[in-house]
Design a protein around this ligand. Structure first.
Ligand code: ADP
Ligand code: PAZ
Ligand code: K
Length: 259
């Protein structure tokens, strides 16, 4: 039997805050990492196989240019990456999900598809990214629909930017839940944003389970761990049924790139 040549390739999810990278070998996701947006010159370097900071060194031992598969919700970023020598941009038409609407975010469609393929339909995906989104599909792989609201970081950023007296809070500094009825400004902001967001997530999960009892709910995105930990403290019975999985979009990309 001829030895099968393994094909490495890169998946890139372009979100509204940063880039999310996955190194695949055939259908297997080997390694993931995040970077900031990259300037044109660095995109050229990557295309030429030149080593880059913040990239795993193993990539630059592989034949370049590595095939690159992109899912992007940021048009200006998609445009920049068109100069990469071996690129495929995934669009909504590539995702076999039914009952979609034309402006549905490709990140939402792919995360939902990846989650459904691996964990089973019906499924609800919560993406705790720049925006926080809920996206659900039924047992027939139809989009049921969803909701979009400002994500955790964006809620704090907006309060800091659009008011005169409120400070800019950084979620990296958060540890445990704030007091519900706070007696200082930073904790009052935390209380308002966090308890309202958690109650909202609980409400959407409960409403989903009213429609599709026993179905799975998965959470992804940069704020997934913080939110999961908070939810666990407040609503432990809810988190027992919540799957934390950062790679749902990569699962979706892998499923589609095989076809
Ligand atoms: N190193 C980090 N850089 C940026 N955001 C981060 C980081 N770690 C956690 N976050 C949180 O992740 C959220 C953004 O989620 P992410 O899934 O990375 O965004 P997107 O996919 O929209 O680019 C922000 O609200 C922020 O609080
Ligand atoms: C809702 C989003 C901004 C989320 O983006 P993200 O926070 O992951 O960067 C993105 O999925 C998007 O631009 N959606 C288009 C509108 C829609 O899905 O209905
Ligand atoms: K996202």
């Amino acid at each position: 039997m001829k030895p099968r040549i393994q094909k490495p390739w890169l998946a890139l999810e372009i979100g509204n805050s940063r880039l999310h990278w996955g190194l695949f070998v055939d259908e297997t996701l080997d390694y993931t990492w995040n970077t900031d947006y990259l300037p044109d010159s660095v995109i050229q370097q990557l295309g030429n196989g030149q080593p880059l900071d913040n990239f795993p060194a193993q990539i630059f031992t592989l034949p370049s240019p590595l095939p690159l598969v992109i899912a992007s919700v940021v048009l200006s970023q998609t445009a920049l990456w068109q100069s990469y020598p071996n690129v495929r941009v995934i669009t909504l038409e590539d995702v076999p999900l039914k009952n979609t609407y034309p402006t549905l975010g490709i990140d939402r469609a792919l995360a939902l598809w990846g989650a459904g393929i691996k964990l089973g339909f019906p499924i609800l995906v919560i993406d705790a990214g720049t925006a926080l989104t809920f996206t659900g599909a039924d047992s027939q792989q139809n989009l049921v629909g969803g909701a979009i609201l400002p994500g955790l970081g964006l809620q704090f950023a907006t309060l800091g930017e659009k008011t005169s007296q409120l400070p800019q809070l950084e979620t990296q500094n958060f540890t445990s839940l704030p007091p519900r009825f706070a007696l200082n400004t930073p904790e009052a902001i935390q209380s308002g944003v966090i308890y309202t967001l958690l109650a909202g997530i609980k409400d959407f999960m409960t409403a989903w389970w009213d429609l599709y009892p026993n179905s799975k709910v998965a959470i992804k995105g940069g704020d997934r761990t913080l939110l999961f930990n908070y939810l666990q403290t407040l609503y432990p019975e809810l988190t027992a049924r919540l799957i934390v999985e950062p790679n749902l979009i990569f699962w979706g990309i892998a499923a589609i790139n095989e076809v």
